[in-house]
Structures are given as C-alpha cells and as structure tokens.
Design a protein around this ligand. Structure first.
Ligand SMILES: [Zn+2]
Length: 1123
C-alpha cells in the first residue's frame, strides 16, 4: 500500500532511459549539490506531468536517505519555493492530480521542519488554502489526507499561519476527522490531534474552538478513549487529546469552559483510575497540569497580606519599601488573573510553567557578575570623618587599657568591663528566693513535686506564668496553670488569657534536668532574659522548647528519600477540595487578624499558638478532619519574606496522621523537596528525658498552589503564585504540646542567656567584654563581644604584644530565619571561652570582635529576612541609615574606626544559613576570579591580587567535615554589592571577607554525607572555624599581621597549589540559587510543563518518517509492547 513504491513502479515504467532514477541519483551523488540544482531546475521548468512525477519521486527517495544533510541542500537551493509554487499552480484547477499532491506533500513534510522560513514561504505563496482544500475534499481518502494533515501541522507552527488556517475553517475540519474510539486509523487520528493541538496554540483559534463548544467535545472524546482503551494500547492518542485540552485552557475562556464542562471531575476521575498503572503517568501528569492551571486562582484567606503587626518607624523614607507598602491602594492583594488581560495578543500563554525561578535564579549566572573593574577595586570613599568615628574608641578599650591595676594572679580582678565602665554592663537580676504563688519544685529533687507519669498517666501540661510587676522588676513568680508558659504582666497574676484564671487545678511541671548536658542553659535565667526582650506584639508567653532547652540528638537523622508520586498525590488531594467542596470544613482555628477568633474546644480540632518569641503563625484553618492549612505572617512592615516558621500545636490525637500545609510559601523550590524534614519538639518527650528537637514528618513536598497575590502587591508586573509546603505527622502522646519549626530555634533571649553563661566562664587568662553596640528599632540591645587573652603581665612587652594582635571580626544572624547561623556562632563562642591550650593560643593570637546577632528585632518577632524597617539588613551595608539600620550603621562605623586606627581586621566573616544548598561553604571576594568568570579580555590579568582569601576556606575544608570547598565561590556579584562581605572587602579593605553559609538541610559529602544537619554539627562547625583561624595564624607572615593593610607577598601560597590558579574557575562554583540534581519527582514535575510531544521538536520528524514508512504502525506497536 506504499504510495512511494507505487510511484516508483509507475514512474519507472514511463520514464525514458535518459532520465532513469538510477542515473539521476548517481549524477547527484557524484556532483554533490550541483546535482540537486539540476533536479530542481528540471522540476521548475518541466511542464510534463509525468516528468514532474518522476522528479518528485526521485526527490522523495533522495531525501529519505542521507538524513537532514540532503534536505538542507534542498532548502538552500531554493527547493521549498519551487515545491510550494508547484503545489499552488497544480491546485488551481481541481480536482488536482492525486499522485502529484501526494508526492508534493510528502516532500513538504520533510522539508518544512528544516526550513526556518517555511511558514512564511507557504503563506506568501498561497499554499495554505490549497492544502486546507485538499483536506476538505478528501476526508475519506486517508492516503492523501494523512500527508496533508502533517503539512498543515508544520504550517501551523507559525502563529500567523495558525490564525489564517483557523479562519479557513481548519479547526472545524479537524473535528470532522476526530471521531469516537475506534481501533481503525489510529495513525490518522494521532496526526489530526497533533495538528489540532498545534492550531490551538494560537489564542485566537483557542477562542474560536471554545466558542464552538469544542472543549466539552474533547473531554467527551477523552472519556471515550479512557473507557475503551482498556489495554492501554493508545496512550499516545489519549495524551494527544489532553494536549489539545491543555492548549485550549491556556486562555481564560478555555479555563472557564473547562470548569463549566465539569472538566475537573472528568480529568480527576480518569486520572485516579490511571494512577495505579505506571505507564499512564504521562496522562496523569498532563491532566494534573491542566487541572492545576484551571483551578481557580484565589487570594489567601486574609484581609491583607501585609504583616499583622506594624512597627512605627522613626521616619519613613519616601520611595522605600515601607512607604510603598503603605501607599498601596486598598484591596491590592486581590488576585487578578492577568493572563488574558490583552486578549488580542497571540500565543505565549505558557506562562503557567514552573520555571519562574529562572527569572531570578538562573539569570544571575552571567548577568550578575560584576564587570566594572572600578567597582572591583578597593575604595575607601564614604568613610565617616575620624572625629565622628572617635566615639567607637569606647568599643575598643582593650587597645588603650594599661592593665596596671590588675592582679594577674586573681581571676576575679580581670573583668575589664566592670572595672572600666560598669554602667554599660547590663546587669541581670536573678532572683534568689522565689515567691510563693505556686508550686515551685520544678526540679523536685526530694520528690515534693509529683514526678511525671508516676501513675502511668500522661502529665497534664499546664502553663507557667511569670508575673512581672508594672515597673518591670521581676519577681519570677511561677504559676502553673494552663497550656503554656506565660509571662504575666499583672501584679496579681491577672493573666492575659482569661482561660488561665483557674489556678486551682495546677499541675506540677517537671523541668527536664539538662544542666549537665546544657551548661549554657538555665530555665530560670531564660525567663529572666525574656522579661527584658521587647517584641512588637508584646509577647507574654514562652515556648517550652526555649524554656527547657534542646539537647542535641545522638541519633543520625538521614536525609529523607523521596517516595515517588508524593507530590502528585498531594496535588490531587488539593484538587479534591474543588471537586468535593462539601467535604471541606474550612474552620478557622487560629487567627491573629481576629484575636477574638473563637477557639472551639470540642476536642475535634488542634489548638495552635505562636504568640511567643520567634513565633510567626498567622492563621490556621482546619480543612479536613486531620488536615490544616497554615498561613505564616509576613515580616513586620512588609507583605512577604516569610519562610521561617515556629508554632505550637496541642489537643492532638495520638496515632493519627495529620497533614499540615503551609500555603503561603514564596520560593519556587525548597530543600523540603530534597530530603529536609521539619523539626518537632514534644513537651511530653522533654519531660520524659528527651528534651530535643527532632527531624520529623513524612510525605513532605513543596509545590505551586492555587493561591496568588496581585502584581502590585508582589511589586512586579505579574501576580505571583504561592507555594505549599506540606508534611504529615503522627503524634505519639495524648495531651501533648508539640512545637514545629523550620529549623532549630534560637531566640534573642537565648542569646542573652548564653552570653550570661559564657561570661561566667571567664578565667584569669580570658579577656571577655560585652558592650551594647546600639539599641535596635524595637528597643533591644545589640551585644558586641570582645574576646582575647589577657596580657601575660602589665609589662610593656606584654601590653605591646596584646595590642598588636590582629582583629578577627565575626557576625551572625542578620537574617532571622537562618537560625543555624546562631548555632554555628554558639559553637564559635563556646570554643573561644574554653580553657583548652589551643583556645588560649587562639586568644593570644587575635582580638575577636563579635556581633552574634545583627538583627535581634527580626529574630524576636519571627521575621524571616528583614528588620523592623521592612528591609533586608544585608543589603544596607553600602549606606546604612543610623536610624533605620542602627546595627549595620554602627557595625560598619566600628569597622571604619578599626581601619582608621590601623587595625583593619585580618578576617571578617558573617555567618548565614542557606535554604537551597547542602553542606557549609563560603563566599569570598576576588577580583581575578570575578574577571575570569566574565571572560573579559585577558588584559586585566595584570591585576595584583594575593591569594590569601583562599587559605581559610581551604583550611576549613581540611578540618571541618561539613565544609565543602567545591561549593565556595569568590565571585563578586552585582546583586551582592551592598552585602557585608562585599562592602567590608571593598570599603574597609579586608581581603579575607566572607559570608559563611550553613545548610538548613544536610550534607552530601564528607563524614556527614546523607545526614540532615543538627545542632551538634553546627556547633562543631563554629569550633572548627576557630581552629582554622589558629592554623591561619601560622600560615600568615608576621609582617602581614603587622601591616595587613599593605599589599604584600602572601605567605599562604605554600598552602595553595599555585599551579591550579589558571584553572581556578573550575574549583569555584558560581553562586547559583539552585544546584540540586534532578530527582525522580522533579522530572515528574517538570514533565508537566515541558510537553515532551512538542510538535516543533525533532522527534516528530522521525514521527513523520515513521508515518510515511510502510510499517508506520510499528511506532504504535512499540508503545503497546511497553504496556
Ligand atoms: Zn542569609
């Protein structure tokens, strides 16, 4: 039945010997492209039908073999136009010669995809209508119909052609061909559907199709095939039908028609039946994509996405983020489905793909590298005048002290802070005699208090309220009443929460005895610290984990392996909400916007709370019996940035699987898709001897949901979708109170407690001083520590050695959500205060200036990224404002002071956490590596730069198991030009200026490979950082230490293989937000947006060949054999 062999037979018989196909082929082969010219010229000039047929037959054979090369030659010699003209001239007077048309179209199928201007040429030559008419008049003539449809499909990949074909009635013709399920002519059906899908990419055609009611038709056809194709032999056809629906639903009208035609339920039901058969995954994935696209976009169930709590600023800079935020029109959060705003524009409706991140993430790859050499060179402009900087001398008293009054034998006499400037020291009152409003025996060593679970029943968890007298003086009055720790504001214990009046049923609370394991923790001291911590909402409660403390697990917590299909299952459950709305409870159980939100205590709902330091849950909605939607509060004075979370859950049933969905996540991907779990703290477990945060949760995944915000609210041109982070938890205990957090919490009050405890570790050898760098916008102090070794004596030599120690400047937690940076900092501080000989040697080597928490207000108020000014403080280092960014302003000024007095730090390092990468790594600054990355001309290679910046990361990679050198980068990016690292490098002149990033998830190399990170590993990292500094000291020349402002030969070179420098880029990973390897589910996810049946891609060329092949059905039988 092959028309080609048929044609050959026929032409062979009629052809004169002089132009036998064999001879011509030889000619062509021998003369190369010259032969093609001969053939084309003959084709163009002959008026004889048989000759034309012969030549076309030869061309068909020629282009069938020899791959794309010959087709390329054909195109380059103008063959396309000759063919199209032949088509048009022959089509003028119907009925056209069938064999001629067959040959022309089969050639066009081959030529079209290889000719970039094919669409335009076809239109200009007037070929579109010839083919359309042929199709119209040959609906029963499959032999001719098939190649004509294929050519139509190639035509329609040009959007103008698609519109024109639509006007010529092509859509209607397609629907005449598509019929109900039939095992006959499946090839024709597949081609028709793919042509239709191609036509429907045009928005105009899609509207036309919707207007004619084709969407319900397609749904019916899909159902028909779904029902009848029981052996799944025709998955490709079913997929092609979905392809048409997918393109139709790119327009708003199509989505509406889909919903109106009950499309959700139809595709949902079909997909549910397909789920068990793995080979039907393409159908399930495409259906899921369509359903998610059609799922009506919704605004979050909130009055506004602006943060619940506002903090008045001393001044609001016009044009700043806060001014913008509060000048927004009301109702700005309302969702606008902007995709159809301009209905006239064609195509490009694929804006629902999952690749938004590319805009922010991958764009940076080359565009973001700083190419302005002047911006890469050090500069010291914008230094404040020294007279202004002189006040910072106060923070550097160690450089002027004489130590003459100190008795170097007695440890008590060496507290420089108190002797020098007592009023700066914030004294903390620790009550010695507790008052008596409640049971006090929390430690109950004598058994006065009932030990928990002594009778086998679970302890009822009640709260501890601490009364604070109105003048702020505390008397640590502990009352155990209900539910939670409450810092009580009233004199007589008038509690904040009315439900806590009932003091009669006070249970006794056993505080886990963690003193031996947590030397820096003390619950009483913690409560004291909380009292002086000022939060914007005025928190009066204390979370149990912060009160009890966290003892790191000795267990290994492996990075979770993802189970295939979890994400899809979750998405289907979300779709069920629309299909079965009556199953949805929609019961608000916690709402910060409505403080009087009734807490319905019928035992059927979980109780939520996060009104404590670092908490940030805004709303909890029970959607099903055991499923809750959670909404996080925006960073204060902003309308987004949330990612961090910390909240409390009570009233749970043990042994039941609860699903939690945080529905207003913003980033387009998360380590939750790569094995990271949430952290949970059970109070029952704590009391029973396991006071610890544990990685928990199953079925964790992170995906785009149907909530979005308006473009204005999102600050961009497009409305932005939110993402859901979902996890499932089974609670172990009845009447437990559990806490969930994004990462191990570390509050500001905890820092103050740790500093108290650390200062008590002072010995005669340790110089430790705590100053208040400044007060924050929220009225909290920002501690600045100075740690070094006391001079051996007050002799001139020793004082001189003391004063000549280089400065190491460290900071952390500018980003409140990056609690891991605080745990690393804790490890550093503990090491610095330890009594090992190495620690002493380290203290004798350097003077440490440390700001352990650059953003206390953000931490206290549960922010993820910003300070109370609604801004990212790590983007303010270029020109910090003294009022709005006090911690940055004063930290930078202190650095300027150090520089001005010849004490430019040897090392600056700002500790951070990284939400998307594994391991611990550093970002540094190098002119050369930046220049190399940009591939700018090599003339810049004469730049002088010593390689000292590589030493510390290199040492860390040798010493710290979590550290990965290959993740480090020393490229200066434009987007980072206002960060601490870059500004301290450029403006202060610190060559070793770093950001140290610790993973929130875990490690994929080294000793901890495959494990999630815990506080032990983070603290170890902080200690190893100290040890690396000690080794750095040995690798750094004394000359440099004394004159480290000047440019000197770097002694670090013996550490670095200098030969590797020309290839240095290969050792450096460019800073990418996303560098995760693809994994099973990811493929599944992206398959939804990248239709693998894209008609414009090469595989379809093979498709075409296969269809022209006598055994063309083999393609489909292949598919069948897969089933
Ligand atoms: Zn950060």
């Amino acid at each position: 039945m092959d028309y080609r062999s048929h044609a050959r037979r026929k032409t062979g018989g009629l052809c004169r010997p002089s132009c036998s196909p064999e001879k011509t082929r030889k000619e062509v082969v021998s003369k190369g492209s010259g032969g093609m010219e001969v053939i084309l010229s003959s084709l163009e000039n002959t008026r004889d039908l048989q000759t034309t047929l012969n030549i076309l037959g030869i061309l068909n054979e020629l282009l069938n073999v020899g791959g794309g090369r010959r087709t390329g030659v054909f195109v380059s010699k103008g063959g396309t136009a000759i063919l199209l003209q032949l088509l048009v001239s022959s089509g003028k007077d119907p009925p056209a010669n069938e064999e001629l048309m067959l040959l022309i179209h089969s050639l066009l199928i081959k030529v079209g995809p290889k000719d970039k201007k094919f669409g335009v040429k076809a239109r200009l030559n007037g070929a579109l209508n010839v083919t359309v008419n042929l199709v119209k008049h040959n609906l029963q003539n499959f032999k001719l119909l098939l190649p004509c449809l294929q050519v139509l499909r190639v035509y329609s990949s040009n959007s103008v052609n698609a519109v024109s074909l639509g006007k010529s009635g092509a859509l209607e013709i397609m629907f005449e061909i598509i019929g109900p399920f039939s095992k006959k002519s499946t090839t024709l059906l597949k081609v028709t559907l793919d042509t239709l899908a191609s036509l429907l990419k045009s928005g105009m055609n899609a509207r036309r199709a919707v207007d004619r009611g084709y969407l319900p038709t397609l749904l019916t056809i899909y159902q028909d095939w779904h029902r009848n194709d029981t052996r799944h032999r025709h998955v490709v056809i079913r997929k092609s039908i979905l392809g048409c629906i997918k393109n139709l639903t790119n327009i708003k009208l199509g989505r509406k028609a889909f919903i109106d035609s009950n499309g959700m339920r139809i595709l949902y039901n079909a997909s549910t039946e397909c789920l068990p058969v793995r080979t039907l995954d393409p159908l399930v994935n495409t259906s899921s994509l369509i359903m998610r696209k059609c799922f009506p976009k919704n605004r979050l169930p909130l009055p506004t996405i602006k943060s619940v709590f506002l903090h008045p600023l001393p001044h609001v800079p016009a044009g700043g983020p806060v001014a913008q935020l509060y000048n927004q029109p009301p109702g700005v959060d309302d969702v606008v489905d902007e995709s159809d705003e301009n209905e006239a524009t064609e195509v490009d409706t694929e804006n629902d793909t999952e690749n938004e991140e590319d805009e922010t993430g991958h764009k940076s790859q080359n565009d973001d590298i700083e190419t302005d050499i002047n911006k890469l060179r050090p500069r010291q402009i914008s230094m404040r005048p020294f007279d202004e900087l002189r006040v910072y001398e106060h923070f550097c008293r160690e450089f002027t002290e004489n130590f003459e009054d100190n008795d170097f034998e007695s440890p008590r006499s060496v507290i420089p802070l108190l002797s020098v400037n007592p009023e700066l020291h914030r004294s903390i009152i620790i009550p010695t005699t507790p008052t008596s409003s409640g049971p006090q025996n929390r430690r109950s060593p004598q058994g006065d208090a009932l030990p928990p679970k002594s009778d086998g029943s679970p302890l009822e968890l009640d709260s501890i309220s601490i009364s604070k007298s109105p003048d702020g003086k505390s008397d640590c009055d502990l009352v155990y009443s209900l539910g939670r720790l409450v810092l009580d504001g009233g004199v007589n214990g008038g509690s904040v929460d009315g439900s806590q009046e009932d003091g009669g049923e006070q249970a006794e609370l056993e505080v886990p005895d963690t003193a031996a394991l947590l030397p820096l923790h003390d619950p009483d001291l913690y409560l004291e610290m909380v009292k002086s911590t000022r939060s914007v909402p005025g928190y009066t409660e204390v979370a149990y984990p912060d009160y009890f403390g966290h003892v790191a697990l000795n267990l290994r917590e492996p990075i979770l392996e993802r189970v295939y299909g979890v994400q899809r299952m979750k998405i289907f459950q979300d779709i069920e909400r629309l299909i079965h709305p009556s199953d949805i409870l929609d019961k608000v159980v916690y709402d910060l916007d409505n403080q009087s939100c009734p807490v319905i205590d019928n035992g059927e709902s979980l109780k939520f709370n996060s009104k404590f330091e670092s908490g940030n849950l805004r709303k909890a909605i029970q959607v099903r019996k055991f499923e809750y939607d959670l909404i996080l509060n925006s960073d204060i004075n902003s309308n987004h940035y949330h990612q961090w979370f910390y909240f409390e859950v009570g009233n749970m049933r043990p042994g039941v699987r609860y699903r939690f969905n945080i529905i207003n996540c913003e980033k387009s991907n998360s380590q939750f898709n790569y094995g990271m779990q949430v952290l949970m703290y059970s109070v029952q477990d704590a009391i029973n001897g396991r006071p610890q945060w544990v990685r928990t949760g199953s079925d964790i995944c992170y995906y785009k949901n149907n909530f979005s915000r308006s473009s204005i609210a999102a600050g961009g041109q497009k409305g932005k979708s939110y993402f859901t982070m979902t996890f499932t938890v089974t609670f172990q205990h009845k009447d437990d109170v559990c806490y969930f957090a994004y990462h191990y919490p570390y509050t500001y009050s905890m820092l103050k407690m740790h500093l108290q405890k650390l200062s008590a570790l002072r010995t005669a050898q340790i110089y430790y001083r705590q100053d208040d760098l400044c007060e924050t916008l929220g009225g909290n102090s920002c501690p600045l520590l100075t740690i070094t070794a006391m001079p051996e004596s007050s002799s001139n030599d020793h004082i001189s050695q003391f004063r000549s120690r280089p400065v190491v400047f460290l900071s952390a937690r500018v980003h409140p959500g990056e609690t891991n940076s605080s745990w690393v900092m804790k490890g550093t501080l503990e090491y610095l205060m330890s009594c090992s000989p190495q620690a002493q040697s380290l203290r004798e080597s350097y003077i440490f200036k440390i700001i352990p928490m650059l953003n206390p207000d953000g931490v206290i108020n549960g922010n993820h990224r910003c300070s109370l000014s609604g801004e990212d403080l790590n983007r303010q280092w270029q020109s910090p404002n003294a009022e709005l960014h006090p911690t940055i302003y004063h930290a930078k000024s202190l650095l300027q002071y150090l520089r001005a007095t010849g004490r430019t730090p040897l090392v600056f390092c700002d500790y951070h956490g990284h939400s998307r990468k594994k391991n611990v790594f550093m970002y540094g600054c190098s002119i050369k590596e930046t220049v190399w990355q940009t591939n700018v001309n090599t003339s810049t290679c004469d730049l002088q730069e010593d390689l000292g910046y590589r030493t510390l990361p290199k040492l860390l990679s040798q010493m710290a198991p979590a550290f990965s050198l290959s993740s480090c980068s020393f490229v200066v990016e434009r987007s980072k030009e206002a960060t601490a690292r870059v500004v301290v490098w450029r403006e202060i002149g610190v060559q070793r200026s770093y950001t140290m990033e610790s993973t929130l998830c875990g490690c994929d190399q080294g000793k901890y490979k495959g494990l999630q990170i815990g506080t032990n590993e983070l603290e170890e990292m902080g200690a190893q950082f100290c040890l690396a500094l000690l080794r750095l000291r040995r690798f750094t020349s004394p000359l440099e230490l004394h004159n480290h402002n000047s440019h000197l030969v770097d002694m670090d070179n013996d550490l670095i293989d200098t030969r590797s420098i020309p290839n240095v880029t290969s050792h450096t990973t460019y800073v990418l937000d996303e560098d995760e390897p693809a994994f099973l589910e990811e493929v599944d996810y992206s398959a939804e947006s990248n239709d693998d049946n894209d008609p414009d891609l090469d595989p379809d060329l093979q498709d075409n060949h296969a269809l022209l092949d006598p055994s063309s059905d083999s393609e489909f039988s292949h598919q069948d054999s897969l089933n």
